[in-house]
Write a protein that binds this ligand. Structure first.
Ligand SMILES: [Zn+2]
Length: 146
């Protein structure tokens, strides 16, 4: 039987099967991301985690563990078959949509209840990578000089 998530190739009749992950593989993906959504960073219960292909299968991403991260349901659905940069642009666009369409949002800005930060969208896995590089550099600076 083919589940609804098995169809990644949009051409009729073409099905690309995703590999079934074992419990150990899912746990490995979950722990690698500190039990958080790889995109928004929200803490995740193991039962609630979704597995996302960072480079989507639909765009030729490999169906291998290094291309998989855990994410919350919301980020997984919102990202869909976008790649990371398209996902980032979609998040920026959602702010534009709020400004355009939501009177509640515009009033909240106007009365100082919320404030625009113009902060860049940096995903949790990117912040995590930066921390790892920083730690590595720090450690390296403490290495003895020969
Ligand atoms: Zn998320």
């Amino acid at each position: 039987m083919v589940g609804r998530y098995d169809r990644t190739d949009k051409r009729p009749g073409k099905l690309t099967r995703r590999r079934q992950l074992s419990h150990e593989e899912r746990k490995q993906i979950y722990e690698r991301m500190d039990r958080r959504c790889a995109y928004c960073g929200q803490r995740l219960e193991y039962e609630d985690m979704h597995v996302d292909h960072v480079k989507p299968l639909a765009k030729g991403g490999p169906d291998i563990i290094p291309n998989m991260v855990c994410s919350c349901e919301y980020c997984n659905r919102y990202k869909g078959s976008r790649d990371v940069e398209s996902f980032r642009r979609a998040i920026y666009r959602s702010l534009g949509a709020l400004e355009r369409d939501s009177l509640a949002y515009r009033n909240s800005i106007k009365y100082g209840l919320i404030r625009r930060t113009h902060a860049p969208v940096i995903f949790y896995f990117e912040r995590k990578e930066r921390r790892c590089k920083y730690k590595w550099k720090r450690k390296k600076s403490h290495w003895p000089k020969y």
